[in-house]
Design a protein around this ligand. Structure first.
Ligand code: ADP
Length: 218
């Protein structure tokens, strides 16, 4: 599903990724752990085509995304990859439903269809009664689940999450983690999750350890 070959990346004189090779299979839930500054977020951004490596190749769904031009790439990204960040990044002036619809509207889906899809996902998550609430009327856990719903609207094959439960309390954390596994089981999505959360790392199918810009295979 995702294949990285020989990925390197520097910021100025600092080499942050030192030749990463990694394969992630369809339907796998993989955690990426490691100390701060190890390059986890940079790797996730490159996997998600939000940043370019200096060298190396990224394949998603067998497509070589490193060869795509910006316009094709942004369409590919919007269609195939969903993102969840530590802070939900919902737009405050829109309702939960509208926030979830946005990536579908950007992809050219009609507003009627986007509305139907967004309601289906909210129903699946047990959040239907929150559809018309604005972000500041939702709890932290609900906001994060709405952010996951937004990541799902175009039915992407891959969800990339950067510290998705980092701002949540224990109960909401567990609920969010369970949601990832439910989605994988129901929809077959592949999840790559950068996390400091040892409880989450323990229950993922595989944990990738990063240290100093490298994947530690020991
Ligand atoms: P992690 O997620 O493991 O904490 P990051 O990938 O965020 O690591 O960062 C790795 C290193 O790269 C850090 O030293 C960070 O300061 C640096 N870095 C990340 N992004 C940038 C950037 N856009 N410009 C300069 N340095 C950066």
């Amino acid at each position: 599903m995702i294949k990285l070959e020989g990925i390197t990346k520097s910021f100025g004189a600092l080499q942050v990724l030192k030749g990463i090779d990694l394969e992630i299979n369809k339907g796998e839930v993989v955690s990426i752990v490691g100390p701060s500054g190890a390059g986890k977020t940079t790797l996730l951004q490159i996997m998600g085509t939000l940043d370019e490596p200096d060298a190396g190749t990224v394949y998603i769904n067998e497509a070589n995304v490193s060869k795509m031009k910006e316009k094709g790439l942004s369409a590919f990204r919007n269609r195939h990859i969903g993102f969840v960040f530590q802070f939900h990044q919902l737009l405050p002036e829109f309702t939960a439903l509208e926030n979830i619809m946005i990536p579908a509207l950007i992809a050219g889906v009609s507003s009627k269809e986007a509305n139907t899809r967004a309601m289906e996902i909210l129903n699946f998550m047990g959040l239907a009664e929150r559809a018309s609430h604005k972000p500041n009327e939702l709890s932290g856990g609900e906001k994060q689940r709405v952010a996951v719903a937004r990541a799902l609207i175009n039915n992407p094959s891959v969800i990339l999450a950067d510290e998705p439960s980092g701002s949540l309390d224990t109960h909401n954390k567990e609920e969010l983690h369970q949601l990832f596994f439910d989605l994988r089981d129901r929809l077959g999505q592949t999840f790559v999750i950068v996390t400091h959360d040892e409880e989450l790392a323990k229950i993922t199918d595989r944990t990738v350890h990063m240290i100093d810009g490298m994947v530690n295979r020991s």
